[in-house]
Write a protein that binds this ligand. Structure first.
Ligand code: SF4
Length: 481
């Protein structure tokens, strides 16, 4: 409930010049749940790139006459960002644009590299100057470097993929081509579709493909590069099969929208399954099952279907809280959770309540939600979590932070139950996760510590900002590289 992912990416290529900015706007709108900090669109108007990027929600950044003033074009790439690595530096807005000797490129990225520090240090030693503190600029640099050596942008992307390690779903455009690529593990989702008039769209999730009136074709395979141009679509799969697929299991549990389909599996169906399994493994006598909005709702429905306990609406979320909402600080007695969520007294008063949520990270939010329900008259509150306990940080583009912040690393389940004030607590079992993905391979490193890549040498979320501070203090990052 309080984990965030870094980004949503979107790309479009049309047979004739048209309002690709508006298509991207609607695509980004559908991906807003993946990032609310900043967003941007770059339009390709016959080889001339025109962009607009800023802090804020899609509706805020492209308000007024911004969108109508963007030119028509045949291509666009777009990005919605939640800042984890790199923080809220304005320079970190995406898509990143690069002008180089052979042309130009705009790049949007979702994920985090696990070798970003090494790659960036190597580039800096050869004279590269970075303007941002995000991994994405490193990717842009490497692709550009390769592009200067090879005859095509797709060849440059292919060669760059031999260097990059970790999570990356990319959408980029050159003056002539739209290209998308998914890392060989397939950590982050990426899919593509086509409209009736022959316009291709690429997006982090299928909900964005449908939002712009396109039919989903399929997911970009792990390791695959798709090249869209006037000549049609070409797939390069020389990276396929080199790695075992490791799609982030949390895309099903929490990150993605329930109406999305990832790698052929419905996110909604996967969450219903999680709720049903939870009801079997952690049964409880109760009067009503409620879900924590929004990502706990589907699993709560599954719990209700399996247990026979009626499903109810027990919590209402304030849907109008955007980026501008500032959580009350310690100096005020207002509770941020109370402003974001309200209990429905009618549903929970004098009842034994099962509260289903997707995760517990630090425990603070869950404790406040349980209290909200008790204050509204709930007789008992039984918490059921549709994921296993978080025991390890994530290095692949989410803000599941260091062990010291994870409540499950410090306390036993009965202790957590006491801390959050619940009558009972049950987690989804790690051994059942395969049932959520149709037995597809997935990453579950934040639950079991089994990382598919090597662990980054510097795991701080602000590692590049910290480097700037360290360099100013005289640290020599050239040593030992
Ligand atoms: Fe997803 Fe967890 Fe793997 Fe990160 S560590 S990619 S959150 S499953």
């Amino acid at each position: 409930m309080s984990i965030h992912e870094e980004c949503g990416v979107f790309g479009v290529i049309a047979p004739e010049p048209c309002d690709v900015a508006s298509i991207s706007y609607y695509g980004l709108y559908a991906l807003q749940h993946r990032g609310q900090e900043s967003c941007g669109i770059v339009v390709n108007d016959d080889g001339v790139f025109v962009s607009h990027k800023d802090m804020g929600l899609v509706s805020e950044v492209f308000s007024g006459d911004i969108l109508p003033r963007m030119p028509k074009g045949t291509m666009a790439v777009a990005h919605a960002r939640y800042g984890t690595t790199g923080g809220t530096n304005r320079n970190n807005y995406q898509p990143i644009e690069v002008n180089h000797q052979k042309g130009r490129m705009a790049l949007a990225h979702n994920g985090n590299l696990s070798n970003a520090v090494e790659l960036r240090s190597e580039l800096e030693l050869t004279g590269a100057i970075f303007h941002t503190t995000s991994d994405t600029e490193t990717i842009a640099y490497i692709i550009t470097k390769e592009r200067l050596q090879v005859p095509s942008i797709e060849e440059a992307v292919s060669r760059a993929m031999n260097t990059l390690d970790g999570a990356y779903s990319l959408v980029l455009m050159s003056p002539q081509k739209l290209i998308c690529a998914r890392d060989p593990y397939g950590f982050r989702p990426l899919c593509y579709g086509k409209t009736a008039d022959g316009t291709y769209v690429v997006a982090s999730e299928s909900c964005a493909i449908r939002a712009v009136g396109a039919e989903l074709i399929w997911d970009v395979e792990p390791g695959e590069i798709l090249i869209f141009s006037k000549n049609g679509v070409v797939s390069r799969r020389e990276h396929c099969g080199k790695k075992d697929k490791k799609l982030c299991i949390f895309e099903y549990i929490y990150f993605s929208r329930p109406d999305s389909v990832i790698d052929g599996i419905s996110v909604h169906a996967s969450r219903i399954t999680a709720g049903k399994i939870l009801a079997k493994t952690h049964p409880v006598k109760a009067d009503v099952v409620i879900g924590a909005p929004d990502s706990g709702l589907d699993a709560a429905l599954g719990f209700s279907q399996e247990s026979g306990i009626p499903y109810g609406i027990g919590l209402i979320k304030n849907k109008y809280i955007g980026r501008t909402f500032i959580s009350p600080g310690q100096g005020t007695r207002l509770d941020g959770v109370k402003i974001k969520l309200a209990a429905v007294e009618e549903s929970v008063k004098d009842k034994r309540v099962v509260l289903v949520d997707d995760s517990i990270v630090r425990g603070n939010t869950m404790g406040r939600v349980v209290k909200l329900l008790r204050d509204a008259g709930a007789k008992e509150v039984h918490v059921r979590i549709s994921s296993p306990p978080f025991l390890h940080p994530c290095y692949y583009g989410t803000d599941i932070d260091s062990e010291e912040h994870l409540i499950a690393c410090k306390y036993s389940i009965p202790e957590i139950c006491d801390i959050i004030g619940a009558d009972s607590l049950g987690y989804f079992s790690a051994t059942e996760l395969h049932q959520l993905t149709g037995n597809c391979e997935f990453c579950s490193a934040c639950f079991n510590g089994d990382y598919p890549t090597k662990i980054p040498t510097d795991t701080r979320k602000d590692r590049f900002e910290q480097r700037l501070t360290d360099i100013k203090r005289g640290a020599d990052y050239g040593k030992g590289i």
